[in-house]
Design a protein around this ligand. Sequence first.
Ligand SMILES: NC(=O)C1=CN([C@@H]2O[C@H](COP(=O)(O)OP(=O)(O)OC[C@H]3O[C@@H](n4cnc5c(N)ncnc54)[C@H](O)[C@@H]3O)[C@@H](O)[C@H]2O)[C@@H](O)CC1
Ligand SMILES: Nc1ncnc2c1ncn2[C@@H]1O[C@H](COP(=O)(O)OP(=O)(O)O)[C@@H](O)[C@H]1O
Ligand SMILES: [K+]
Length: 507
Amino acid sequence: MKIFTSDQIKKWDEFTMRSNGISSLELMERAAHSCAKWFVQNYFEINSFAIFCGAGNNGGDGFAIARLLYKKGFEVILFADESQVYSESAAINQKKCKDISGLEILKFENANNFIFKENTIIVDALFGIGLNRPIQGKFAHLIQFLNDLNHLKISIDIPSGLMADEMIADQAVVFKANDTLTFQSWKKSMLHPETGIYCGNIHVRDISLSEEFNSLEPSNELVIDEKIIGEIYQPRNEFSHKGTYGKATVVAGSYGKIGAVVLATKAALKSGSGLTFILAPKCGYEILQISCPEAMFISGGENEVVNFSIEENSTLGIGPGLGTHSDTEKSFLNFLKTCKNPLVIDADALNILSKNPDYLKLIPKSSIITPHPKEFARLFGPTENSFARLDLAREKAHELQIYIVLKDHHTQVITPDNRVFYNITGNSGMAKGGSGDALLGIITSLLAQSYSPENAAIFGAWLHGKAGDFAAEEFSKEAMLPSDLIDQIGNVFKYLNKKVLPKNRKD
Ligand SMILES: NC(=O)C1=CN([C@@H]2O[C@H](COP(=O)(O)OP(=O)(O)OC[C@H]3O[C@@H](n4cnc5c(N)ncnc54)[C@H](O)[C@@H]3O)[C@@H](O)[C@H]2O)[C@@H](O)CC1
Ligand SMILES: Nc1ncnc2c1ncn2[C@@H]1O[C@H](COP(=O)(O)OP(=O)(O)O)[C@@H](O)[C@H]1O
Ligand SMILES: [K+]
């Protein structure tokens, strides 16, 4: 799914109106119907809504939603500033509400003294993607007041105060939603931690904007959706053998950190590689042979990996629990000097590379590095916020001709040719030591199976998050462990075969 800027979304709306022969008002009605349907499906037992409407088309959506919910028998109270200059479609929808006797429109100031029923849902239709400056004055007071209410809060299209594609200013006033019903596609600000935190759960509502515009309009930022995954995923060939699915080698571990090797290796095994090897220190031999009997062990030293004796033609995932011992560092750097094939590099291997900017040049072209934000800062320097971090990652991915998997709540896969794929699977249950080791194992295994580096990174990030979502469903976000995530990889492949492939099959 492409991510468009607010200007592109406006063009998309206009293109749709022209090509479908519909007016702005009709498109607004479509959007409002889609939201009203969602409210009815999810909150039919709640009968009270307080809807706050601005003067632009977002406010217009609010008025139209109010009318639809009122007609369905819900109690609706509207709050608006009727002295404002409304957009054409908002004015028409405001008038339609006024013409319904029994549907009250109160002034924003009245909200302060209004007694909201306990189960009233607060709906924010103050500003949408047309916001062009920080919110101040009476709107800021109103939003602060609403944020303090202990009610369920839902934003229409985007929480008021957020711009679709920009970072917010310090101290910005933004409506804090539990859910956001956004039209047609994700907006960039929903995917970054500083801004996404205001959105709650995102529900993308299909309002049938033009498919033609979507396919023609360029965007180098995308959300990894199931359409993309369906195109990448290659089901297994029944006439295959273990040689068909490549050799993956996990290079990891040091004394006290053998668990990281276990997690990365299990994740690689569960992701389908034909043969899986471990290059780890001897101190982990028994643990690894017992916990991962399908993998073959190669000793790389006593307590650290100091000898990169690599199985021929295998794809390497290097780093978890490796440590940064000077001998490990020396042998890793020497190995890099001779290595031409793409690698997957994480954790301590990245920490070694961050010691000297010249080391970065040793990374083979088309390799995949998987830093978390701190590792990223060690490698490339600090940045002010996650938007700036992404810009720097794009620069570095291009300069070094590598793929960067920038780990986050919405992990970003950055390609050397400047595209960004945001992952939307995964959850906070994965915020635990060991989750990243699993990701390294998954991506290494996919790369070994001849997925291209780009596809291995995109598919790996999605698969990892989806397995995390299945684990959270079974065990809760609190109790799930990285091992549970690894155990769910099989269910993700089942899901792919049952749910994703049939939808994407071209025949
Ligand atoms: N036909 C359409 O174009 C459709 C538009 N839709 C809705 O329309 C929204 C966009 O509508 P608009 O472009 O009218 O924009 P908004 O509804 O976001 O409002 C923009 C208005 O607020 C003013 N404004 C911007 N920042 C302000 C600030 N900080 N303080 C005070 N005033 C400020 C602007 O000058 C402008 O008049 C979308 O988010 C979506 O909700 C949907 O109904 C789908 C169809
Ligand atoms: N709140 C979260 N939401 C989604 N994914 C998360 C969250 N927290 C962590 N993760 C994922 O878990 C992994 C953690 O990686 P990392 O920090 O390297 O862990 P470790 O090195 O301890 O194994 C990353 O893939 C990250 O995207
Ligand atoms: K809004």
